[in-house]
Every structure is written in C-alpha cells, then in structure tokens.
Design a binder for this molecule. Structure first.
Ligand code: JA5
Length: 239
C-alpha cells in the first residue's frame, strides 16, 4: 500500500515510521509512506497557507488552493480515497481500518489552525475521519493512529507471533488479561488455571474473562458483538 500524507509539519512524522512493525513493513516493501509539505504547493513569496475567516472570528483557516494543488500533484487513480482527519469525520474503528486496508493507496490530509476551508471537504476530500471526540491542534496524531490501525492489517505485516485473531476489538470483545513470569510477583499470583496446562479450560477461562471485562468496562460493545447462544447464556449467568 502507498500512503501519502499532506501536512504543514512534515517533521512530525520523522522517526514515527522507523520502528517496530512500520520499519519492517517498509523494508519489506509492503507499505511506502510519502510525506508532502502543503507549503511547497504555494506560489506567493511568503508561501502563505492560511488566512483569516470570511465573516470574521478568531484564528486562521487553511487556504484551499495549496491543498488542492498538493493532492492534484500526486498522480492518482479515481478510486484512491482522499481522507481529511477532522473532528467532523466518521469515528475511526476496526471496521473502518479493515475497509481502508483494502485500498492500494491512501491520501491523508492533516489540517491545522482553526480549520480547513470547507471547499476542501466539499470538492476534494472523499472521506472524513475522526479518532475521537476531543480537540487536537492538528490532524497529524490522528493520521498516525489511522495509519497504524490500517498497516497492521496488510497481508504479511504482522508475524505469526502477533496474529490478529486474539486482539481486542477484533471479535467485538475486549481482550482477556495476560500474564508472564514470574508466577508470583510481589505476592500477586498468576491465576491458577493458566499454569494448569489444560488448554480447553484455559480457553474457556479467557473467553469468560473477555466477556466479563467487556460487560464491566464497555457494555455498549456487547450490544454490537456477534454472540453465539452459548455466549449469551454465559452473559446471563455472569449477570
Ligand atoms: C483537529 C485544526 O479526531 C480527533 C481530531 C481532532 C482534530 C483533527 S482529528 N484534526 C484537527 C485539525 O485542527 O485539523
């Protein structure tokens, strides 16, 4: 997958992709990431990227022309999504990560200042994504979150050791608790069942833990999860 990031602060991305799964994925040519400075697509002497809002008000607005020119300079097929990270976007989740992972290429636009000229959203962008209901000063951290969520789904990126199957949210439930050595740490013991070697019992315990903690911490996830009749009975029992 080819990912193009448009930003006013390309330095922010330096280093982020140099570690862990990104580094490996880039080295294996499973993904390539190009960061473009929106300021490079201005034509005036001062390389102006922002201006005051029509109608008045505080702050500055990102001008449309450099953003359009930046996207248009990146040769692209009609089907390539052009995604603006924005609090007005649809809320990023595992389903959207899977959807984006199916594309050959993604273009991500990070806004700044008080906002982006609405004509960018109206006539250039094909999708707006938010990573949550909080204020950020720019779209860069949101772009990193989306890229991480998508890249790890690309075929070959995760090793078998990091298999996707057990991860939180993939089955619509939170993950069960994990333990490693020592068996007793500062007087706190690892649950007995995990030391038993009984794999059926361990699987059963983990599944119960996943359901229990989802009930307690994120009950709204249980409403959406696809549950078997057995799981529904288990929930009734735990309630
Ligand atoms: C702020 C000018 O989903 C959280 C987000 C907050 C935020 C995003 S995405 N973009 C911007 C922005 O501020 O461009």
């Amino acid at each position: 997958m080819d990912i193009d990031i448009l930003t006013l602060f390309p330095q922010v991305f330096q280093g982020v992709f140099g570690f862990g799964i990104f580094q490996r994925a880039i080295e294996q040519k499973l993904v390539s990431i190009a960061v473009h400075n929106i300021r490079d697509y201005t034509h005036d002497k001062h390389h102006t990227v922002d201006d005051s809002p029509y109608g008045g008000g505080a702050g500055m607005v990102l001008k449309p022309d450099p953003v359009f020119e930046a996207v248009e300079s990146i040769k692209r097929e009609a089907e390539t999504p052009v995604i603006l990270l924005s609090p007005q976007g649809r809320l990023f989740c595992q389903q959207i990560a899977r959807e984006l992972a199916a594309y050959r290429r993604l273009i991500l636009i990070c806004g700044h200042y008080e906002g982006v000229d609405e004509r960018v959203s109206e006539h250039l962008v094909t999708d707006e994504i938010s990573i949550g209901d909080y204020v950020l000063s720019g779209g860069e951290p949101a772009a990193m979150v989306v890229i991480d969520g998508v890249v790890r789904l690309l075929p070959g990126v995760l090793g078998s050791a990091e298999s996707l199957l057990d991860d939180s949210h993939v089955g619509g439930l939170l993950e069960y608790p994990q333990y490693t050595r020592p068996a007793v740490f500062r007087g706190w013991s690892v649950p007995e069942v995990l030391l038993s070697g009984n794999h059926a019992q361990i699987a059963q315990w983990r599944h119960e833990q996943a359901i229990q903690r989802t009930m307690k911490r994120r009950p709204e996830l249980l409403e959406k999860a696809e549950l078997s009749p057995k799981e529904k009975k288990l929930i009734e029992r735990l309630r």
